[in-house]
Design a protein around this ligand. Structure first.
Ligand code: LLP
Length: 433
């Protein structure tokens, strides 16, 4: 009945999330409000960790991709759950550091790291750099030489695989802005270049084929292409890669007709492809890394809003406007992403009204979701919940229209606490001269 088993309804007709009454949480913390279910985050981490330990070579592990959602409390959980992390900026690095996360377990991504980024990451002891291109490799070599260290590096490659997800997140193809293509020979050139650097220790290769991926076999095919490349580099240079990072991307269920992926089964299937390819190519199995973001945090998140206005345009359309919008969740505006939207305070009411749930920003595209079924008499003051907002909502939030960002409240057992406080108007003006 619900899209995730951390959702429910209680005797008062209120939506529950992680066993807590969302109406009570809205009353206590105000709206708009992001909620995070800590037990769900930990559960999702353990599914990856346990399956990877069971199926892959020693040293294999999941890295949480902080771009999906980044705040200090999450890195504390990642440390406790023995997760590595994927970081893409000094902002993410500093957040992890602030949380006391050991940056030796961090992998620094990005296709355009500046000299300042590289210096900041090296100074803070980030364990691994994932180099995207030759310009960056040279900059990493120069900084490592200046510091007199040997930096561990993986190279980002494009295996030439189309994941058939939405365009903005389809990254494995040869023409991608990310990485060096295997097909064009540029990946082999970048490898030869990396192996010549005195201050770079090449530990292996990385690819990330896309996000919100449900298509069959994508990760298996990517693994085989990458392992064939590893075998070719062994033949060309006598070089043995220790690590193969297959990136993130497994899809999550936003609406009832999305499939449910069994991550444990998916990992077992990738492992079977890895075992077979390594045996065929006669190469040792590298440690496998995966970088899940969305599938760690998406279903651990929920957003609560209060209705501010209901507008019926007879013969045309119905609008339910809420006190947040594209500032806290730009994903419909960007990708037409689908979400399950519920009347959190009136779960037992029939929902015959077809409406668009829209935000408060001065822009027609500020839509949370279209064709949402709502109670006929939905009105100002009612609560609206948007499910599965734990990934790429807070991390992509903006202050458009100078609207403060909502707080993040963590739910743990019967307790709740503020993990990120609500932005204030003073915060908004803090940078103004
Ligand atoms: N690793 C790399 C190198 C990535 O670029 C990404 C996502 C991930 C891991 C994590 O992928 P995930 O497991 O979360 O799919 N803003 C978009 C998603 C952009 C994903 C970018 N890269 C959205 O809201 O759908």
């Amino acid at each position: 009945m619900f899209i995730c088993d951390n959702l429910g309804a209680n005797a008062d007709g209120h939506l529950t999330f992680a066993g807590q009454d969302t109406a009570a949480l809205a009353a206590r913390y105000g709206t708009p409000l992001y909620l995070m279910d800590e037990a769900r985050v930990r559960h999702n981490c353990r599914v990856y960790r346990d399956a990877m330990r069971a199926h892959f070579a020693a040293g294999s592990r999941p890295l949480y991709a902080g771009k999906a959602n980044c705040f200090a409390q999450l890195y504390r959980i990642m440390a406790e759950e023995d997760m590595g992390v994927d970081v893409v900026s000094c902002g993410e690095i500093r957040t992890a550091e602030k949380a006391g996360y050991d940056l030796a377990n961090a992998y620094f991504h990005g296709n355009c790291k500046t000299d300042a980024d590289i210096a900041c990451a090296m100074a803070r002891g980030v364990g691994y750099f994932v180099a995207d291109n030759a310009d960056e490799l040279a900059a990493i070599e120069a900084e490592a030489a200046r510091r007199g260290v040997r930096q561990k590096v993986l190279l980002r490659l494009t295996p030439g695989i189309d994941t058939h997800t939405y365009e903005a997140v389809n990254t494995g193809r040869v023409d991608s802005k990310f990485g060096a293509a295997i097909e064009t020979g540029q990946a082999a050139e970048l490898t030869a270049l990396a192996l010549r650097q005195a201050h770079i220790e090449l530990t292996g290769f990385h690819c990330h084929v896309g996000s919100q991926v449900f298509a069959e076999d994508v990760f298996e095919r990517a693994a085989v292409v990458m392992l064939e490349f590893i075998a070719a580099m062994r033949d060309a240079h006598g070089y043995t890669a220790q690590q193969l990072d297959l990136g993130g991307g497994y899809g999550v269920r936003y609406v009832a007709d999305d499939p449910v992926l069994d991550i444990g089964e998916k990992i077992a299937s990738v492992a079977a492809a890895v075992h077979a390819a390594c045996a065929r190519l006669n190469i040792p199995e590298p440690a496998i890394l995966l970088e899940p973001g969305r599938s760690i945090v998406a279903d651990a998140g929920l957003t609560l809003y209060t209705v501010g206005a209901v507008k019926r345009i007879p013969g045309y359309k119905n609008y339910v406007a809420v006190d947040g919008g594209m500032g806290d969740n730009p994903r419909f505006a960007l990708y037409k992403s689908r979400y399950t939207v519920l009347p959190a305070g009136r779960m037992d009411a029939p929902r015959p009204l077809d409406c668009s749930v829209v935000g408060r920003c001065c822009e027609s595209g500020d839509i949370i979701q279209e064709n949402v079924p709502m109670p006929e008499d939905i009105r100002r003051g009612d609560l609206v919940a948007v499910c599965t907002t734990g990934a790429y909502n807070y991390s992509m939030a903006s202050n458009y229209n100078r609207v403060p960002r909502p707080p993040i409240v963590m739910l743990r057992g019967d307790e709740s606490f503020v993990a990120v406080r609500r932005e204030t108007f003073d915060d908004l003006c803090a940078l103004d001269a």
